[in-house]
Design a protein around this ligand. Sequence first.
Ligand SMILES: [Zn+2]
Length: 274
Amino acid sequence: MSVLTSEAVILRTWPVHEADLLVSFFTRDYGRLKGMAKAALKSRKRFGGALEPMTLARAWFAERPRQELVRLDQLEILRSPLSAPVDQTRMAVLSFYAEVIDEALPERDPQATVFRLVASVLEQTNAVRPEAGNHRAGVAEAGAVQPQSSGPAFAGPWMALTYFSLWMTRLMGLLPNIGHCMVCGETLGAGEVRFNAYADGLFCGLHANGSGSGLSADSWQLAQRMLRGPAASFAGEAWPRKRGQDLRRFTLQTLERHLERKLKTAEALARLGG
Ligand SMILES: [Zn+2]
């Protein structure tokens, strides 16, 4: 029985027996796996704080003959969500990633592109707001207090969530060309783009389902830019919570329709105003 290793993201854990944990984790090289971490709750040495959901870690594990569960031997933290101050929005966004990946990806199906997406949005989600340090320094030096509302741009969790949701729908094959109406194929124009809860893709005003919603010009243009550029390229943009809200609703509807269930973590995000 050979021990395998891969970068991995921890998705969920369930306690079993005394101190064992059942762990769902998404590896770069082997796809999503379920494993048994023996005595995980006792062994700080082998697991440390790495079993916190959405920890990026290096994992060592072994296949077991005729067993569905792998044996998870060890985790070494590469990036922990606990390294940044606890923040309700950030935690809700991280939980959303974990639920979507856990629900959407089949087991043992390597998805390197999804892994790269997750690693990049984790970096953006966990980025620490820059003004905290600068602000204090500014006060000490000049005694001048900068207005909180116009601190340096910090895109943060809402941007990362928008990017993740859009790209997950694309990588799951659920996002047709967003430049054209799904019915007539006409080129869409900013401000006249519609979507609805019953079908993939976007529609012109003429072919929108009556119960549909509009996608704002900013969100539609944002979506097109996000499909062309890395998440990091949006880090410097101003990102009030409401920005891209309709785009997130569009992608969430698409994901939930295909998963055929409501995502539990989406409710928490909605309560936070997302
Ligand atoms: Zn049309």
